[in-house]
Design a protein around this ligand. Structure first.
Ligand SMILES: [Zn+2]
Length: 161
């Protein structure tokens, strides 16, 4: 249980009791239509906590080696469907796990896409990730690395499109 100084502070903390990523703003992780429609707090709540922690782990471990970050959504370029997608999103497949709040398409800032793909596979194998266990075969995506969660004992499960 956390300590609080006043009832007002307790209320505030209760409202904030959710994991928020260290390295990403919400708009980088969720489609603007969702944030606009259900609000910031409810959108954070739709994102899987363990997958958010994994995103921070991936970003942190990658930075240690490359001194460079990882993009998800890039709204300045009109790229808005790499994280949580609306039910009617025209991007990607209708039943995409991107609609579950546990799947993200990652793009390294330094452009080393294949390295990032292999890097995440190694993080999965080493047990450093809490939940992210599924990638799409890199040859099928090329411009991003799809990392998410599915119900499987494989770690990682690689999906061929
Ligand atoms: Zn994807």
């Amino acid at each position: 249980m956390f300590k609080y100084k006043s009832y007002a502070e307790l209320l505030k903390r209760n409202c904030e009791l959710m994991y928020k990523t260290k390295y990403y703003e919400l708009k980088e992780l969720a489609h603007p239509q969702i944030i606009r429609t259900i609000g910031v707090r409810n959108t954070w709540r739709r994102l899987d906590e363990d997958c958010l922690r994994d995103l921070d782990t991936i970003r942190e471990e990658w930075f240690k080696v490359h001194k460079s970050g990882i993009y998800v959504n890039r709204l300045d370029l009109g790229i808005d469907s790499r994280g949580l997608r609306p039910p009617n999103d025209p991007d990607g497949s209708f039943y995409s796990t991107h609609k579950n709040g546990n799947t993200f398409d990652l793009e390294p800032v330094n452009g080393k896409l294949r390295e990032l793909y292999n890097f995440i596979i190694e993080l999965c194998k080493s047990g450093k990730l809490k939940k992210i266990n599924t990638l799409e075969n890199f040859e099928d995506t090329l411009r991003w690395v799809h990392a998410g969660y599915m119900n499987t004992y494989k770690n990682p499960l690689v999906i061929y499109l």
